[in-house]
Design a protein around this ligand. Structure first.
Ligand code: FMN
Length: 237
């Protein structure tokens, strides 16, 4: 899609001083500006799993997406994440497991409709990648940082899927937190699901949604007199 045709983009660019004119090849901080990459970041939109159909990435395209996912900031190179791919018939088999686990874990008896929903859950998209956070007590790297790295891997999956011509959605739903599902997937005691990234082709274009006004979430720190003995400076929006 041409940058110029993205609705609202010029308003956005004007308000936040994002350069959209043809800077192709221009150097910013020593690197050539990549308009396509910026366009992807500024227009990314999830597509609901229910609206993802075939085709999904084939083996080669998926390998590229997974490589991008593994190229995230990672303090002390701990590789605190791993990936589980669900594709083809494995999705149906896993869905049957999900239905059985939901039946066992839920207090209320499940309706036939709900069982069917669970059994078909992983058939919503052609490819699903589960991201396992392996955060654990490690010297010098707080667990929090390892969890953040797993989140970054999820986001890189989403972006790389989009850059490869697919749509995606990062989902957790109930099964990311289910002990039965953790056991079925062979998660270790300190492992958790950071999410499941559904990847496919949109059956319906997503509508835009409101994004936060930068004025409400960004402040520029300025040095100031310490307040109540707090050595931190004051900040202004
Ligand atoms: C950790 C995490 C878990 C999420 N889990 C769900 C979920 O279970 N179901 C859902 O509809 N959206 C979930 N989302 C939100 C979607 O990924 C997505 O952000 C949302 O549909 C809004 O679309 P957008 O990405 O275009 O803003 C989750 C997001 C994150 C970061």
């Amino acid at each position: 899609m041409a940058l110029e045709r993205i609705q609202g983009l010029h308003d956005f660019a004007g308000r936040y001083n994002v350069p959209l004119s043809d800077h192709h090849g221009a150097a910013h901080g020593g690197l050539a500006m990549n308009r396509k990459a910026l366009e992807l970041l500024l227009t990314r939109r999830s597509v609901l799993a229910n609206n993802l159909g075939p085709p999904g990435p084939d083996g080669e395209a998926l390998a590229v997406i997974l490589k991008a996912a593994a190229r995230v900031p990672d303090h002390k190179k701990l590789i605190p994440w791993r990936f589980i791919v669900f594709a083809g018939a494995a999705r149906t088999r896993f869905g049957k497991l999900l239905a059985a686990i939901a039946h066992l874990e839920e207090a209320e008896p499940m309706t036939a409709g709900r069982l069917e929903t669970e059994a078909r859950r992983f058939e919503r998209a052609p490819v699903i990648v589960g991201v396992v956070s392996k955060a654990a007590a490690r010297p010098g790297v707080p667990e929090w940082e390892q969890i953040l790295s797993a989140g970054a891997a999820c986001q890189n999956l989403v972006l790389a899927a989009n850059a490869s011509g697919f749509a995606s959605q990062w989902i957790t739903e109930w099964y990311a937190y289910s002990p039965g599902v953790h056991a079925a997937l062979g998660l270790g005691a300190s492992e958790r699901m950071a999410g499941f990234i559904y990847i496919g082709t949109p059956t319906e274009a997503p509508t835009e949604r409101d994004r936060p006004d930068l004025g409400t979430i960004v402040e520029h720190w300025r040095p100031g007199p310490p307040a109540n003995g707090d050595p931190a400076g004051r900040s202004e929006t």
